[in-house]
Design a protein around this ligand. Structure first.
Ligand code: PLP
Length: 224
């Protein structure tokens, strides 16, 4: 099956109100162009320089999402154009995003990453840490970032009940923080959860954005 077929198949399984982020990390621009030619416009990458280089040569109506762990010193590579940063997990990186957004005379949309899997290798804040960030004077003074919701990555497991529980937890945290901090802000509306192996489950639990790579582009070859 080709990329267009994959997009068609996945498109049928995703409700209209759920956005599909086609995760193109490690894939060359020729491959991404195939998805673009099919009509897809939202792509996700997890390495700032790779994202910058691809953005520079690909059509300008693409919405680029940064989905990985973002280091402070690399925000500058993506700040001029990025549509949404999914993985904000500290006040420090948010502060840098705000600074770079000012420099580029724009507002950058962000999601706070919540640690739902509790695995050593995964990033993200606990609910109370997110609350602390949102309550801080430093955050309140930032005018060039807009928090549009939350993002989470499920555990690596075959236990779908565990994954479902994690997604439920993320949705619950979203509703609580919405109530506490963003009741009047319609823009706080996104719950980014679900990947190739678990996106149907994520949608059942209230995902508004699924990030799908291998089911669209095939397995990634990290050794190349
Ligand atoms: C790579 C990646 C994805 C996509 O993973 P697939 O299993 O290939 O669909 C989604 N989210 C994040 C944060 C990723 O790093």
């Amino acid at each position: 099956m080709g990329i267009a077929d994959n997009l068609k198949t996945i498109g049928k399984k995703i409700p209209q109100n759920v956005k599909l982020i086609a995760v193109s990390k490690t894939k060359p621009v020729e491959i991404i162009q195939e998805a673009y030619d099919f009509g897809h416009r939202i792509f996700g990458e997890n390495k700032p320089q790779e994202l910058r280089d691809k953005q520079a040569i690909m059509p300008k109506d693409i919405e680029w999402h940064f989905i990985g762990h973002l280091q402070t010193n690399k925000v500058k590579y993506i700040a001029p154009f990025v549509s949404l940063i999914h993985g904000v997990d500290s006040l420090k990186v948010l502060n840098e995003i705000n600074k770079q957004a000012i420099r580029n005379d724009r507002v950058i949309d962000c999601l706070i990453q919540i640690d739902i899997a509790h695995e050593e290798t995964k990033f993200g804040l606990l609910e109370d840490q997110a609350r602390e960030l949102l309550n801080s004077d430093e955050f309140r003074s930032m005018k060039n970032v807009r928090i549009c919701g939350l993002m989470g990555i499920g555990s690596i497991t075959n236990d779908l009940n565990k994954t479902r529980g994690e997604f439920k937890e993320l949705k619950t945290t979203f509703l609580k923080l919405k109530e506490e901090f963003f009741l009047k802000e319609d823009s706080f509306s996104e719950v980014s959860m679900g990947m190739s192996s678990d996106y149907s489950l994520a949608i059942e639990e209230g995902s508004t954005m699924v990030r799908i790579g291998s089911s669209i582009f095939g397995e990634r070859d990290y050794l190349k």
